[in-house]
Design a protein. Structure first.
Length: 329
């Protein structure tokens, strides 16, 4: 059985007046009412600015009761791991154990992508190694309650939130808050040669999320196979790595209108970049969307996170709930 999440799109209130902050929070609460399994927000400090994900998730934790809450994705290296570990543990407390950390390092291909690392004093060229250490520190903090860590980028000695006066330990509700590594790894045509991304997914992640492979199910299949094979080589059960996909889609009876609306949306969201719309996700009828989901579910995708390529976010979510969800229930 596949799961479905909704990205409430915490960037959109900044790029259009058609989707307000109250609309965004209403969308999160309504997603739960409509039967979705999870609600997600994104993150980008400077490259694609948006409402702060931690603050947004805190409100969503209050507005919802059952759905999982997560980030798709959180650029974790931009935060101090102790401070961020505290914030994430707090969210897990607020939500009573419903958090999923979708963690990424973000691209640094353009000036703003590099700048968001530089303004926090980090070298964007080192973001992969920083990401790995960041995850190690957070896991230590959550598991042990104290951090003693010596790395190339982070060094902590006996750091703890406990002073001896607390009656309740400062820990997440979940014993091991799940971390899904977000990346678009390449198997490079040789499944015996693993990219650093695939190794990272297996060695530090509880799950994997990707995107931008909508027209290439064979590549998604190759990536799933590569992850599973590396997991077995590391003595890990591949079933413990949850596979997910964030898909940008648009449902419409008119293919022409769907493409036009999607182009307008993507152009506003990514004003300085060009993307092939076919790689984002299905554009067309509910039947087209169902067929696309079935293809990727058969490959092994367990959770689909829907990001609607439209300025009518609420209308698209309702239509998805009415016309697509029933096919998978």
């Amino acid at each position: 059985m596949v799961n479905f999440g909704i990205n409430v799109n915490n960037r959109e209130p900044l790029i259009t007046k058609k989707y307000s902050i109250p609309d965004m929070f209403h969308m999160g609460a309504e997603a739960e009412n409509l039967g979705f399994d999870s609600v997600w927000v994104g993150d980008s400090l400077l490259e694609k600015p948006r409402l702060d994900p931690i603050a947004t998730l805190a409100v969503l934790a209050d507005r919802t009761k059952k759905v999982k809450l997560g980030t798709a994705c959180m650029v974790t290296p931009l935060r101090n791991p102790i401070q961020f570990g505290q914030a994430w543990a707090t969210l897990d407390m607020f939500s009573e154990g419903r958090m999923i950390l979708g963690a990424c390092m973000a691209a640094a291909d353009d000036d703003r992508g590099k700048l968001q690392y530089e303004v926090v004093g980090l070298d964007p060229r080192k973001r992969s190694a920083i990401f790995n250490e960041h995850i190690e520190v957070m896991k230590m903090l959550w598991k042990d309650g104290v951090v003693n860590y010596s790395g190339d980028y982070f060094n902590f000695e006996n750091v703890t939130f406990e002073t001896g006066n607390e009656e309740v330990p400062y820990t997440p509700v979940q014993e091991n808050p799940p971390i899904w590594v977000i990346s678009n790894p390449s198997a490079r045509g040789n499944k015996a040669v693993y990219s650093p991304a695939i190794r990272r997914i297996v060695e530090v992640g509880d799950g994997w999320m990707t995107c931008c492979r909508a027209a290439q199910p064979q590549e998604y299949a190759a990536q799933c196979e590569a992850i599973d094979l590396h997991a077995k080589e590391q003595g890990r059960d591949p079933e413990t790595i949850h596979k997910s996909y964030q898909v940008t889609l648009h449902i419409s009876d008119s293919k022409e209108k769907a493409i036009k609306d999607m182009e307008e949306y993507v152009g506003s969201y990514y004003p300085t970049q060009y993307y092939n719309l076919n790689e984002w996700g299905p554009i067309g009828s509910a039947e087209d969307v169902i067929e696309w989901i079935e293809t990727f579910a058969d490959i092994g995708c367990e959770t689909f996170i829907m990001r609607f390529g439209s300025f009518d976010q609420l209308g698209q979510m309702q239509r998805f709930a009415d016309e697509v969800l029933p096919a998978f229930q």
